[in-house]
Write a protein that binds this ligand. Structure first.
Ligand code: VGL
Ligand code: ZN
Length: 197
């Protein structure tokens, strides 16, 4: 076990910590609320060192192609400006965090926080080299975000305890983790107030 020394070039990316993906929401991720404590700890770790924070949000129009009424796979969720689309009130996101909205047009879905958001360009401009990625859901938006982050040239630290899977099929979460690790993401965990690999 070795501690990860955070410094210039490090940043945190929180994926879709929105009410609809949490217990009581319209597309609730089982035990999704368990990520809140570890994510708040990560925020403290990064923000406390003055490192940049990014948060993505699913931000759909009311008749989005991913919704079942439009022939898509999901119940309506994260409709722009609705209560379900708000970040969890328990998430301690500082006002300096950079928020990107994805899948904002009716005809297109986007699981990755990098898809159509300009996020990679923004991060490169901010000098980001290594990203810790966490959030919901492991097998959809986290997975696609991690794969795109690596393709964009970022190192990725995968904070396992700070993500949960939807698991439409049992095992989807573990399969997503395996894909991210085989692509080069580095598994890390929080221990004694720091990240360890
Ligand atoms: C997500 C399903 C539909 C996610 C978004 O954030 O993982 N999953 N839209
Ligand atoms: Zn969605």
């Amino acid at each position: 076990m070795s501690a990860i020394v955070l410094g210039k070039g490090d940043a945190l990316l929180i994926v879709d910590l929105q009410n609809d993906f949490l217990p009581g929401g319209s597309l609730a991720v089982p035990r999704g609320d368990l990520v809140l404590d570890p994510i708040n700890a990560l925020i403290g770790l990064y923000h406390g060192r003055g490192l940049p924070l990014y948060a993505s949000r699913d931000w759909h129009p009311g008749e989005h192609c991913s919704f079942s009424a439009q022939g898509g796979p999901w119940p309506p969720h994260c409709v722009a400006d609705s209560p379900g689309a708000q970040f969890s009130a328990a998430l301690r996101l500082p006002s300096e965090a950079i928020v990107v909205s994805k899948a904002v047009t009716a005809a297109e879905d986007a699981y990755s926080a990098f898809n159509g958001t300009g996020l990679a360009r923004r991060m490169l401009a901010d000098g980001v080299q290594r990203l810790a990625i966490c959030g919901l859901a492991t097998d959809y938006c986290v997975l696609n975000t991690v794969l795109d982050a690596i393709d964009a040239g970022f190192e990725v630290l995968l904070v396992h305890e700070a993500m949960r899977a939807v698991e439409v099929k049992p095992g989807d979460g573990d399969r997503a983790i395996a894909r991210m690790l085989s692509k080069g993401a580095v598994p890390v965990r929080l221990s004694g107030g720091q990240l360890v690999a």
